[in-house]
Design a protein around this ligand. Structure first.
Ligand code: AMP
Length: 360
């Protein structure tokens, strides 16, 4: 194991697994602070590589490439959570991986994640593990309908999910999901979806950004409103839950926590993402410390920065052809345009975002 100095100083090299826009914005934040970034991802021409010092283009299960990557960096983090557990474990034997390989493993599996959260005394949707059609039938009898059937692994932006209602054909739905490792979740009639971004340092200090409201279009995040229009009591509660989870999982780094606010103001945790998150992009322009800078600070063992909001903000994702309106956004006062350098605007692809600063 590489000797760790605290903090990891500027001019050291941060390894980032994943080459998407999250890696790109982390790499920019790291470069601002004088760190070098080495991106590891399977894709050539990745958005993060364009702004990084070095890239390894290799599969996530290429053990030789992973070993060489571990030798070339001072700490490893990730912007993509579906790294094989064995790869994260191999890296951990050579260099600090933050957040840890154990935390990553828990958050890669929806049942393990919900069990861990419930064990901390925090509520989620009611759920049951489902590994066969028989177990699905049993789970439906227990949880009732409507319900949401999801793959335990690799789901994102609504992929690997089937809504079940009274009229659904369970056998057909089970076949459609095409897995033997699923979860059935009771359907939550939420009044709002919110998220909290939490960072925790090596000494265990925890800070949160204010809860934000998220709305989705075709299962993809469309708009984030900061702060979420909820009471101070609820906001405090959501942040306290986020810190409990960060402590409980021994987080070192930054994590997003997606939550449902129900009609009677209960907060249920939906999902954890142990990395910067789309719902935190507004922090680049509207907070003292952006979520990307904060992630770098936490991973490098630095003191965390202030999460203070300088002004309210609204973030709009530019998906697919939305990016063609880029010029318009440059003409709107208080609007900050961020593009990710992706050449092809495919449908559903996150091409960029704009943040409107709601300055008084
Ligand atoms: P997920 O991949 O778990 O984040 O789910 C994607 C979206 O589906 C969420 O943002 C919700 O809008 C919706 N959703 C997921 N799980 C549930 C649930 N148990 N009840 C109601 N809506 C859900």
């Amino acid at each position: 194991m590489k000797h760790m100095t605290h903090p990891i100083s500027p001019n050291s090299t941060i390894g980032i697994l994943g080459g998407g826009q999250l890696g790109r914005m982390m790499a920019i934040a790291a470069a601002e602070m004088g760190y070098h970034v080495h991106i590891y991802c399977p894709e050539a021409d990745a958005p993060a590589s364009e702004v990084a010092y070095q890239t390894t283009t290799a599969a996530y299960d290429n053990l030789d490439a992973l070993r060489a990557f571990a030798d070339s960096v001072d700490v490893v983090t990730y912007e993509f959570e579906n790294i094989p557990a064995a790869s994260a474990a191999l890296l951990s034997a050579h260099v600090a991986v933050r957040p840890s390989a154990e935390l990553l493993q828990t958050t890669q599996h929806r049942v393990a994640e919900k069990q861990a959260i419930n064990q901390m005394g925090i509520a989620t949707a009611p759920f049951a593990a489902v590994r066969s059609l028989e177990e699905l039938t049993h789970a439906v009898a227990t949880l009732g309908l409507p319900a949401v059937l999801k793959t335990c692994r690799m789901g994102y932006d609504g992929k690997g999910q089937v809504m079940l209602s009274k009229d659904s054909d369970l056998a057909a739905s089970w076949q459609k999901l095409n897995t033997d490792d699923a979860i059935l979740e009771g359907f939550i009639r939420f009044r709002m979806e919110i998220s909290v971004i939490v960072a925790r340092d090596v000494a265990g200090h925890c800070v949160c950004y204010c809860p934000v409201q998220n709305t989705h279009l075709h299962h993809i995040l469309h708009e984030t409103t900061a702060p979420a229009p909820i009471s101070e009591i609820l906001s405090d509660k959501a942040q306290a839950m986020a810190c409990t989870i960060a402590d409980g999982l021994n987080l070192v780094g930054l994590m997003a926590i997606e939550m449902f606010v129900t009609e009677n103001d209960e907060i249920l945790v939906n999902e954890l993402a142990p990395r910067p998150h789309n719902s935190g992009h507004w922090t680049i322009d509207a907070c003292v410390t952006s979520q990307f800078t904060q992630a770098i600070r936490a991973v490098c063992g630095l003191t965390l920065g202030s999460t203070q909001r300088l002004c309210d903000a609204r973030m709009l994702n530019l998906i697919g052809d939305d990016v063609n309106d880029w010029k318009h956004y440059t003409t709107v006062p208080n609007m900050k345009l961020h593009l990710y350098g992706k050449k092809e605007a495919r449908a559903g692809r996150k091409m960029g975002h704009v943040t409107q600063l709601l300055v008084k």
